[in-house]
Design a protein. Structure first.
Length: 374
């Protein structure tokens, strides 16, 4: 029946939102109460959903029709009773209701029939043909209600409908709210009368500082809650429960965003500079470590080179000594060979001389033997 999504409204020259991000859905066949302190955003919401006030953000649909895109179709399904009795006081009650019926495209015979019906229902038959300027506060309220019902709207909206009414008038209006609900329609009204809301409503929304605090199923609440609805309402509408949502002008917002960007850029630059300095220090430290490592490597290479040179010198010395020793051995071997050769020659010579001597002796003996035989 009614669907409000993200409704946001701020009055011109006001620094605060009257309604902020309101989400609300109403169903067919229910009476819905709208509670809140003065200034909570109730009347503003009602004026937005009836198309009287434009709004800044969000969407409102009545019986599936968008109040901004399809205003005529949406308003043909709304019956609105304002809180200020805005009527043409120079007209009679009948003339005013006829005028409203024509606006809502109701056939004349049905208008006549319904005027008689509601005039009797709300005890207005005696005054229906009098000028509205002669009406009391309660009678003006009643003629507004009759005008709102003349086209049998599916969605009946009342802003403080029972304020200042006598008990009989209050009873008559309350009973017709129930009848309108029984016909499958929806009744939406704001009120400060919590006792009546408890008795009449199926569900209740509590507003505080332009914000929807809670939606309550009245029967369930009455069955389960340990405190009465009035006490709960007073607690939910404390100033501490909702902060006033301040409006920020777009220019000021842009300035703040720009200032924030400049601040962020400065912080980024400072961070980049700090990072650069830290990186430079780290690179310097790394280079210093590399230099030290290089020096250590060169020192180690030098030390190894010196050790290798010493070891090479020792090896060379050992090789030299070994070579010298080999030369000595060779010399000794040569000398020994010479000595052996000389000794061999001497032995051979001695043996030769010996053999030679024996040979001469044998020859003499043989010569002597021959001579004897002769």
């Amino acid at each position: 029946m009614l669907e409000i999504v993200g409704l946001t409204k701020r009055y011109k020259n006001s620094n605060f939102y009257s309604v902020k991000n309101l989400n609300l859905t109403l169903n067919e066949g229910e009476i819905f109460g709208f509670l809140g302190k003065n200034g909570a955003g109730k009347s503003t919401t009602i004026k937005c959903l009836t198309g009287i006030l434009p709004f800044d953000e969000g969407t409102i649909k009545v019986c599936g029709y968008d109040i901004q895109k399809n205003p005529i179709e949406a308003k043909l399904n709304i019956g609105y009773v304002p809180d200020n009795h805005a009527v043409y006081e120079n007209l009679t009650g009948r003339e005013y209701v006829n005028y409203m019926g024509n606006i809502y495209r109701v056939p004349k015979d049905i208008i006549k029939e319904r005027i008689e019906k509601f005039a009797n229902l709300f005890s207005m038959s005696h005054a229906i043909d009098n000028q509205i300027r002669s009406y009391s506060h309660g009678m003006k309220q009643k003629i507004c209600i009759i005008a709102a019902l003349i086209h049998n709207p599916k969605f009946w909206v009342l802003d403080e409908p029972l304020m200042g009414l006598d008990p009989q008038s209050t009873f008559e209006i309350r009973e017709y709210m129930k009848e309108h609900k029984r016909q499958g329609n929806c009744v939406f009204f704001s009120s400060h009368n919590i006792d009546m809301v408890e008795k009449l409503c199926d569900r209740v929304a509590i507003m505080n500082r332009g914000q929807l605090m809670e939606i309550i199923d009245v029967k369930k609440f009455m069955a389960e809650s340990s405190v009465p609805l009035e006490t709960y309402f007073l607690n939910m509408t404390k100033d501490s429960k909702a902060k006033v949502i301040k409006f920020e002008d777009k220019k000021e917002t842009k300035k703040k965003i720009k200032a924030e960007k400049i601040k962020n850029k400065k912080e980024i630059r400072a961070l980049q500079k700090q990072t650069k300095e830290q990186n430079a220090m780290q690179i310097k430290a790394i280079k210093e470590k590399e230099r030290q490592a290089k020096q250590e490597k060169l020192a180690l290479q030098k030390e190894l080179k010196e050790k290798n040179a010493q070891q090479l010198q020792v090896v060379k010395e050992k090789q030299r000594l070994a070579k010298k020793e080999i030369q000595t051995i060779k010399t000794k071997e040569k000398d020994l060979k010479k000595e052996l050769d000389a000794q061999y020659k001497q032995n051979v010579k001695a043996q030769f001389e010996l053999l030679k001597g024996k040979s001469f002796s044998v020859s003499d003996e043989q010569n002597q033997s021959v001579e004897k035989k002769q």
